[in-house]
Design a protein around this ligand. Structure first.
Ligand code: ADP
Ligand code: MG
Length: 260
């Protein structure tokens, strides 16, 4: 039986969440995994660019449109809000031959429309159940997670750089996740943009704050170059140092053997 897995990638801004998400996706695709959903849950919507996928509208735009219709009393009596929202979200889902992509984008005035946000979470939840694996590129901070997708997370990866600040943010993210009752089965720290130095030192620092460091991803000139020229990270050469380290991490997480 295929086990459905949800991975979320969070961490401080600029640490490499989108990059790591893209490289995990690449490693899964290259091992022949199909039926993957990538969710860009960061309102900045960088993931499509990094993956070289063109998107049209975002879920946020669909939500705003629905809110406007609700405000003007323009919802036809024969359809429910849920049906409208579901239809809208399905229309923004981008299908590629290797994976599907859903960009959450931004919606205005989130706080005042609890019912719509609740519906949104449950629809995203049910869409992701159609895939063997869902990987979510989160925004910095976790405050919005429960409102957007309250689906349980199997593997929560927190990306940090080699700085005290990054590690502190990781602890804070764990606190928020616990407070908003996101049910995660496992949580790991990923050290990215690692230049050089004592890996053991950072492993110990991670342990001291109760994290297992599951991957150390080096700073990679190929990643920098692909970012600069706007090329998809899915096309990154297979011998790129950051990619090789991500493959090792994905193996360690058991994502390449048992589940697919
Ligand atoms: N391992 C790496 N090697 C080189 N550059 C990296 C690496 N990881 C991330 N970057 C670069 O750092 C910047 C921020 O990364 P990004 O993935 O967008 O972070 P986030 O999504 O956390 O904001 C980007 O320019 C990206 O290309
Ligand atoms: Mg990002």
């Amino acid at each position: 039986m295929v086990q459905k897995i949800v991975i979320s990638v969070s961490g401080k801004g600029g640490t490499g969440k989108t990059t790591i998400t893209a490289l995990i996706l690449k490693s899964l695709i290259e091992r022949g995994s199909k039926c993957i959903l990538a969710v860009d849950a960061d309102p900045a919507t960088n993931l499509p660019d990094v993956l070289g996928v063109r998107i049209g509208r975002t879920v946020g735009m669909v939500v705003d449109e629905l809110k406007r219709k609700v405000d003007r009393g323009k919802i036809p009596p024969t359809v429910t809000r849920k049906e409208l929202l579901e239809g809208g979200i399905n229309s923004v889902l981008v299908e590629t031959d290797r994976f599907d992509l859903l960009a959450m984008g931004r919606s205005e005035g989130e706080g005042c429309y609890c019912s719509v946000n609740y519906l949104l979470a449950s629809i995203i939840d049910s869409i992701s159940r159609n895939y063997d694996l869902t990987i979510m590129d989160m925004e910095a901070g976790l405050e919005h997670l429960s409102r957007r997708t309250d689906r349980d997370v199997d593997v929560m990866l927190i990306v940090t750089d080699a700085s005290k600040m990054g590690f502190q943010t990781a602890s804070r993210i764990r606190e928020v996740a616990e407070k908003v009752h996101i049910d995660f089965k496992s949580m790991f720290l990923v050290l990215n943009q690692f230049k050089s130095g004592n890996e053991e030192y950072w492993r110990r620092i991670a342990e001291e704050i109760g994290f297992e460091l599951i991957g150390i991803i080096p700073v990679d000139p190929n990643v920098e170059y692909y970012n600069l020229v706007g090329r998809s990270l899915l096309e990154l050469p297979g011998d790129s140092p950051a990619y090789l380290s991500v493959v090792k991490m994905v193996e360690r997480l058991g994502l390449l053997n048992n589940h697919f």
